[in-house]
Design a protein around this ligand. Structure first.
Ligand code: SF4
Length: 200
């Protein structure tokens, strides 16, 4: 049994794809099959829009404070479904919707996706991961190589044009020195910055 929807703390998470163009050294997919109350976040197949709607409508959202697109894959790999599902959740259930992304959507889709994504969700968290392109390539190992870090930074700046609640995130395990470099870079680009724990 695989989970399209699962809960972790106060949020409900949507696992709408297992596709991702990265191979992050720290990716939880490398070591666990699930997080939160999920049993298995490896999908037997990529879910259709109808299957995602069915999973949502069957779910008990009691006590939920928000919905987050974040699972065992990069959510914008399923961009059309993400946008449709976000509108569905907001209109039918009234939840605040966030997407956690690696920020490489423009490279994935070979066009700028900032505007359409920002019009669909309430909040975007973009994983900066490291403070420079060299370390980013070593840690994130993106399929697009060298240009990925700058594309991720530009994507964040583009999103800020359309949506207030856009932020960079790093995981606390990268250490204080790297965190401060990332913070300075985020400040210089005018994008809010948040340090999160590994499991968030
Ligand atoms: S971008 Fe996310 S899903 Fe993809 S490898 Fe990195 S941590 Fe895993």
């Amino acid at each position: 049994m695989s989970d399209i929807i699962y809960r972790y703390k106060d949020n409900v998470y949507l696992n709408i794809t297992n596709k991702c163009p990265c191979r992050c050294t720290f990716c939880i997919r490398n070591t666990e099959d699930a997080i939160g109350d999920a049993e298995n976040l490896w999908l037997s197949k990529e879910p259709s829009l109808e299957e995602i709607y069915q999973a949502i409508d069957a779910y008990d959202f009691t006590g939920c404070t928000g919905v987050v697109f974040c699972g065992y894959g990069e959510p914008v790999m399923a961009l059309d479904n993400l946008i449709a599902v976000s509108h569905y959740i907001k209109e039918k259930y009234g939840f605040h919707v966030r997407v956690n992304t690696n920020g490489l959507g423009d490279l994935i889709h070979k066009r700028s996706i900032a505007k359409e994504l920002c019009e669909a969700v309430d909040s975007i968290s973009i994983s900066m991961n490291t403070p420079d392109a060299k370390s980013y390539n070593e840690v994130v190992r993106p399929a697009y190589g060298e240009k990925s870090f700058d594309a991720m930074l530009k994507f964040a700046q583009d999103c800020r044009k359309y949506l207030d609640d856009v932020r960079f995130t790093v995981v606390s395990v990268i250490g204080e020195e790297a965190i401060e470099k990332c913070r300075k870079l985020a400040d210089s680009l005018g994008v809010p910055f948040r340090v999160r724990q590994y499991s968030e």
